[in-house]
Design a protein around this ligand. Structure first.
Ligand code: HEC
Length: 199
């Protein structure tokens, strides 16, 4: 009997084994993983320049909105109207709504009660780090030596608290929209028996 058919069958089986082996090994190496989030995340704060330059030039409203969202974290972008301007059109009621995100840590009551953060009654024009009975971080106390919570300082701080006062212990990312900040600051101004004059 000829061994030829067996040899051919053997060769075919050997190839099949190798193919399965390669397939198995490559599946191990290149295991398919499902993405947790599709695509990739664009950090608007980390890469403002790229986002701004790629924003479509057409439609000034749309591009203005994009640039506001892409404002650098530390200081309001130069194309953002100064806080003195924005306060003129600020909406105190809208600011009170925005202040809900602060209320977990701050009391706005005239008792000046402290919670996780210091009481914010009469905060406008107060020296940072000086509210009675609150244990501030050294960073905030030091900041108070050279600053006052005037409108502009509040505007910058609330854009990105960690950037303006590095090492302060307010665990809050900031309020990115310039008009939201203005509304909120107008509300903070109202927390007083004798609100500070508008700038
Ligand atoms: C997760 C808690 C938390 C949230 C939310 C929070 N804060 Fe604070 N805030 C703090 C803490 C804590 C401090 C004290 C920081 C320090 O001593 O370093 C502080 C300090 C401040 C100060 C300085 C006050 C002073 O007496 O010098 C201001 C102003 C302020 N916060 C405003 C706000 C506003 C407005 C919001 C909402 C948009 C807000 N915070 C949200 C915890 C918070």
């Amino acid at each position: 009997m000829s061994l030829q058919p067996n040899k051919i069958l053997g060769a075919v089986l050997a190839v099949a084994v190798v193919v399965f082996a390669v397939d198995f090994v490559s599946n191990q190496i290149f295991a398919k993983q499902d993405l947790k989030t599709p695509g990739y995340v664009i950090d608007m704060n980390a890469a403002p320049a790229v986002v701004a330059t790629e924003a479509p030039a057409a439609g000034s409203n749309a591009s203005a909105a994009t640039q506001q969202a892409a404002a650098p974290a530390a200081s309001p972008a130069s194309d953002v109207a100064p806080i003195a301007e924005r306060l003129k059109t600020a909406d105190v009621a809208a600011g009170e709504k925005t202040s809900k995100v602060c209320a977990a840590c701050h009391s706005f009551a005239d008792s000046g009660a402290n919670k996780v953060g210091p009481g914010l009654w009469e905060v406008v024009n107060r020296k940072p780090g000086t509210h009675e009975g609150f244990k501030y971080s050294p960073a905030m106390a030091t900041f108070g030596e050279t600053h006052t919570w005037d409108y502009a300082t509040l505007d910058i701080y609330l854009t990105n608290p960690k950037a303006e006062v590095p090492g302060n212990k307010m665990a809050f990312a900031g309020i990115k929209k310039p008009q939201d900040r203005a509304n909120l600051i107008a509300y903070l101004r109202s927390l007083s028996t004798n609100p500070a004059p508008l700038p």
